[in-house]
Design a protein around this ligand. Structure first.
Ligand SMILES: [Zn+2]
Length: 128
């Protein structure tokens, strides 16, 4: 009891003397800690639900940045700068794939071996 009182006394004294005040750092750490605890607790709930055979609790809201842009070709999300580059790239890839799919189909029907002789004609250079 005495120790408790001393403990509270010290607390109040510390509050009255704001020499060691680090409110920003403390609250920041606390916020991070809360996030960490939340993540652990949700993970615990999932594993608990799995053990008990219950349906999983609703997942945490996805931390997807609403500013992110979704690629219309592959549905991946990127930040603005990356999305601009990626969508261009992905569009080209999509066109390439579509083009390749169109062109390879008729070629695929033909025997591939018949297409090789023209390439082999370049070989005589090596003989010289
Ligand atoms: Zn994409």
């Amino acid at each position: 009891m005495k120790q408790r009182l001393q403990g509270t006394e010290i607390m109040t004294i510390k509050k009255q003397h704001p020499q060691k005040k680090q409110p920003e750092k403390k609250s920041n750490w606390r916020q991070h800690n809360e996030d960490f605890v939340n993540a652990i607790q949700s993970a615990k709930q999932v594993s608990k639900a799995l053990k008990e055979g219950r349906s999983l609790p609703p997942p945490l809201p996805p931390s997807i940045n609403p500013d992110y842009i979704q690629c219309p070709h592959c549905s991946q999300r990127f930040n603005e700068a990356a999305a601009e580059r990626h969508i261009k790239f992905c569009e080209e890839q999509a066109i390439c794939h579509a083009f390749a799919a169109k062109t390879t189909r008729p070629v695929g029907k033909q025997p591939v071996t018949q297409r090789k002789p023209p390439a082999a004609a370049a070989l005589p250079l090596q003989k010289v």
